[in-house]
Design a binder for this molecule. Sequence first.
Ligand code: GLN
Length: 492
Amino acid sequence: MKSYTLADIQNFEGKYPKQVWYLFLTEMWERFCFYGMRGMLAVFMVTELMFSEQESNLKYGAIQAFVYAFTFIGGLFADKILGYRKSLFWGGFLMIGGSVILTIAPQELFFFGISFTVIGTGFFKPNISTMVGALYKDGDARRDAGFGLFYTGINVGALLGGFLCVWVGKTYSWNVAFSLAGIVMAIGLITFYFTKKTMGPIGDSPLINQPDAKRKKKEIMVYVGSLICIPLILTMVQNTQYTDLFMYIIGPCTLIYLIFEMTKLTKVEVMRLFAALFFIFFSILFWAFFEQSGGSLSLFALNNLDNSLLGVTIDPNVVNNTANSLFVIALSAVIGLLWIWMAKRKVEPNTMVKFGLGFLFLAAAFYVFYATRFFADENGRTSLDVFTLAYLIITLGELCLSPIGLSIMTKLAPKHLWGVMMGMWFLASAYGQYVAGILGAGMANPNENASLPEKLASYTEGYYQLAIYALIAGISVIVLSPFVKKLMHGIK
Ligand code: GLN
């Protein structure tokens, strides 16, 4: 087989390098496994482990936060020791290990299996995203579109996994559903195994020039170290009171680490990292609002929506769980190509403007969620059509921010810190998830026996507030953009 150099890869013709399709497929299967597991968590805890809804929600939130928080650690070890490829394999193996445990004894070993998923995702998720960025030369205007395409793969996997695993679990067997996640993850790893040759040097260990024995020793230390962490993670996901503590500690620790790394960089590199932190900070806010979808919006769908979408009868919770992924799949490549088209005509908005637009769409979407109250009947049930329109708008916002955020991390960080910065980008999602739960709880009507019209009023009032805050955030991003532009030193 042909051996690829970095130049062969980066000098591709056309819109996308072919490697992006391979990473698309690998990530698609990983997200199938991830979202399949995620979709099963709360239902399994309530129906099989007999936890109360409140406890399951708390545990679900904690698991989600931990999953994204460990991306920082996965990114860090990829940068320093393993490289992206080995990190992907290690992360994938751990995720498969988690599925095997859950297949064998889902009730008895539930949290043990989940701990493998937490750490496995930590090694996998940031590093595959970074590899996409490495396919492009500095300044290549096609990079954002590549991330857009990759993002479609994420959502195809999310949609299939989120739907199939819960369905198999509920109607057939949980053991089979958990095994499905593992089988699919294995397909992802096999895909990567057979296509990794086309990645040339991308993802090689940063220690490639060290003597084999020395490098291997360090690698083994990472593998063993991550296994040793599992009991620790197990304790933390089982006892949600540790989540707060963990979230208070991990963010400041990563910042201190970054400052330490900054001392070794040039002034321009440091400024660019500050710009990256600006995007990371705002993304926390974005996800905190956006992630209402798994919490308050799903309860809103359960209680306050009719079941007619454009005249077709459908369960509003199915719409709540799938509309976003479907809209991403439909629109992501289109928006990616729109950026390329605009870039050719030199009118492509820069990253700050795209981020600002992301928030403006977010604000508009929450305004529409709020406006559902004007379509309600006297029983407090409102229009699923209007609700779905809000999902279309929120997805446009996500597409202006999330793939662009991945892309900008690889533009702003020096190469040896790509993994760490990608990890920080996802750490922001961990905080977003965490804050989302708090916001959702704040919006819920404190009275358990509230009537449906009262519930409608209190949720939509909350969405109105979010719309205003999102609008303020969007305007702030745009107003601050000249300063951030300066920090970015020529990067767009
Ligand atoms: N939905 C995207 C994914 O799963 C983004 C997740 C996030 O950053 N919160 O990759």
